[in-house]
Design a protein around this ligand. Sequence first.
Ligand code: HEC
Length: 147
Amino acid sequence: MLTIGILTISGLASAQHVQSGRADAGAAVFRQCMACHQVGPSARNGIGPVLNGVVGRPAGVYPGYSYSSANKSSGLIWDEQTLTRYLRAPAEVVPGTKMIFFGLKKSQDVADVIAYLNQFDGDGQQRDQKAERFNNQSPKREDRNVY
Ligand code: HEC
């Protein structure tokens, strides 16, 4: 009985793990965004706006960035559901957007990159997983500091 109980619990835990976003994996997915977007305390607007604090924020409001009117007048809030649709097909969700990106095809990549973005508050500070990230022994330590 005990063995069955443990198997069931670990089975549930791993099933959830596949579905929910993993911030560390999202950092790798975010490489596809970095030509145009920055996050972190010293992030600057580039081709695209800074994405600090974007999860849960209305579209088109990051200071100092010149958005398309399509984005600004979209009336969207970048909650997880809307971001999920947008990151799969930006031009379908915001027709006329100047984000020229074909979209992420894998649902797991979408969930992971949203989890990654969700770590950053409006000032680019990492909210909850900071300790975990710094304890995580990765050979690419200098990469982590860039994000
Ligand atoms: C080729 C450049 C480019 C790439 C690559 C790119 N973006 Fe963008 N992104 C933009 C531009 C430009 C905008 C502004 C859109 C507008 O004003 O219509 C934008 C807007 C956004 C917005 C809306 C921000 C806001 O404040 O309203 C989000 C969210 C976003 N991008 C996320 C991503 C993510 C996540 C990735 C990677 C998976 C990505 N983008 C890849 C150029 C890019």
